[in-house]
Design a protein around this ligand. Structure first.
Ligand SMILES: C[S@@+](CC[C@H](N)C(=O)[O-])C[C@H]1O[C@@H](n2cnc3c(N)ncnc32)[C@H](O)[C@@H]1O
Length: 266
């Protein structure tokens, strides 16, 4: 059983529960722990928005807002990291009695990290998924009637190419930042994603960088702002027009105002 330690002060760094020297734990503003990567010099989540809160409001809730009673929902979770987006999806599905079959596919380069997640201090909201967390950490797979989750230990760019065109309803684009991990934000990367998206599918990301939006726009995505009172703006993209997210970003205007702006390239 996962044990929850006495609550330390927000932002206090703890060196618990990782099997390597490359990660430390940080308590984020919503009371959930995230991690800091010494390798990438970046947190896994916004410590200000909070790890669980960020996962829900920037990824899961906006994505499911437009998943109208589908029998099956295929999700690409880029990348697994601590698994918040995957676990928050299961949490949201259970809480909202979503009966669709949910399949989640998630690449992750760092196998040592995945192995240590069985000891990670997740928020209480994930307590009911203890067995799933254990199974995913040890075997990289969880499978039952309504939920199928698999972690691929390897490069996301290679993994994406295994899927057929038009496969995904949802892509959680949650890699380390474009400046830190540019290979998962380029025009060519989003071209590979675009091919595998359903027309009514949705990409969610915390990035609001013009370069990210340009890379999506050049691949035919419409761009929307995901905003709320209690989190910093984020981005939603879809090959279809999404009424649920307002008028969308006028990319022609953005390009006219920023003629030198370019998407990242491979
Ligand atoms: C910001 S974290 C993901 C956070 C995650 N969504 C969560 O909720 O915890 C980015 C992750 O991408 C992984 N990563 C970096 N480059 C990768 C690649 N080319 N393929 C697969 N995973 C990669 C890192 O090891 C790291 O765990």
């Amino acid at each position: 059983m996962i044990k929850y330690p006495k609550k330390p002060e927000y932002g206090e760094k703890l060196n618990l529960m990782f099997d390597d020297e490359l990660h430390t734990m940080t308590l984020s503003e919503d009371g959930s722990y995230t991690a800091y990567s010494k390798e990438y010099n970046e947190h896994y989540h916004s410590t200000k928005d909070g790890a669980l809160h960020e996962s829900l409001v920037k990824h899961v809730i906006p994505a499911f807002k437009i998943m109208q009673k589908k029998d099956e929902i295929n999700i690409l979770d880029i990348c697994y990291g601590l698994g918040f987006n995957t676990l928050a999806t299961l949490y949201y599905a259970k809480k909202n009695n979503i009966t669709s079959k949910i399949n989640i596919y998630s690449p992750e380069l760092d196998s040592t990290l995945v192995k240590s997640l069985k000891n990670f201090t997740y928020p209480n909201e994930f307590e009911e998924f203890r067995e799933i967390i254990l199974g995913l950490s040890e075997n990289g797979i969880y499978n039952e009637n309504s939920w199928h989750v698999e972690i691929f230990l390897g490069d996301a760019r290679e993994y994406i190419k295994r899927f057929p065109d038009g496969m995904f309803d949802i892509v959680y684009q949650d890699a380390f930042s474009p400046s830190t991990n540019p290979i998962l934000w380029t025009q060519e990367y989003f071209s590979d994603i675009q091919k595998r998206m359903k027309r009514d599918g949705v990409v969610t990301t915390y990035s609001t960088a013009l370069a990210t939006r340009l890379a999506l726009h050049e691949n035919g995505f419409n761009i929307y702002i995901n905003s709320g009172k209690d989190f910093r703006d984020a981005t939603i993209a879809s090959l279809s027009e999404l009424d649920a997210f307002g008028r969308g970003v006028d990319m022609k205007h953005k390009i006219a105002c920023n003629p030198d702006a370019k998407p990242l390239r491979d």
